[in-house]
Design a binder for this molecule. Sequence first.
Ligand code: G16
Ligand code: MG
Length: 212
Amino acid sequence: KVKACLFDLDGVIVDTAKYHYIAWKELANNMGFDFTLEDNERLKGVSRMTSLDILLSIGNIEKSEEEKLALATLKNEKYLSYILKMGPEEILPGTRDFLELLKKEGIKIALGSASKNAMTILERLELTPYFEAIIDGTKVSKAKPDPEVFLKGAEALGVAPMDCVVFEDAEAGVDAALAGGMKCVGIGKEDVLGKAHLVVEGLHKMDMQKLS
Ligand code: G16
Ligand code: MG
């Protein structure tokens, strides 16, 4: 029986990818190269510093570690300026209803995100009270596909991995869930997330039957 659900943030609960994109694109343009929406797909679920490395490789640019830190900080400041304007209207369809359903059924809820801004985002969306545990980019040392983020979530909830279901929109996230011995529901397209136990279009397509 499913005892806990662990949610990724970007791409599952909210579409923050569009704000990451604007901020990265601005940074790229300032360095003299373009950054496309297609390029942005490669950054989904990836940590901030790894995202920057990918961006710089696209522009064929080399920077020192110190310069990289400054660039990452600059990007995050831009990103935050968009994030701080978000509100509950940006929650993806069906999310709140599904969280309510889980609460009613006594199923525990945790967040497992690569983002260091996850707490801020949940606050802006007014969803913080649903989450019994929040494991974000400030609490993990190994990025997805390493299962650390989800294993820490399960541990914080006191639930065995085999009794957890992970909701993920990125392939690396699906791999992380499976590596942790958890069930996984992919949010998005079957061709990218085929390894998940089930793939749905969004949380609005979820119900208790699909969970078991
Ligand atoms: C999210 C996004 C990634 C982003 C990462 C780190 O992951 O999908 O594109 O690079 O967080 O974000 P930040 O710069 O805010 O620390 P997730 O795991 O929520 O999908
Ligand atoms: Mg994601």
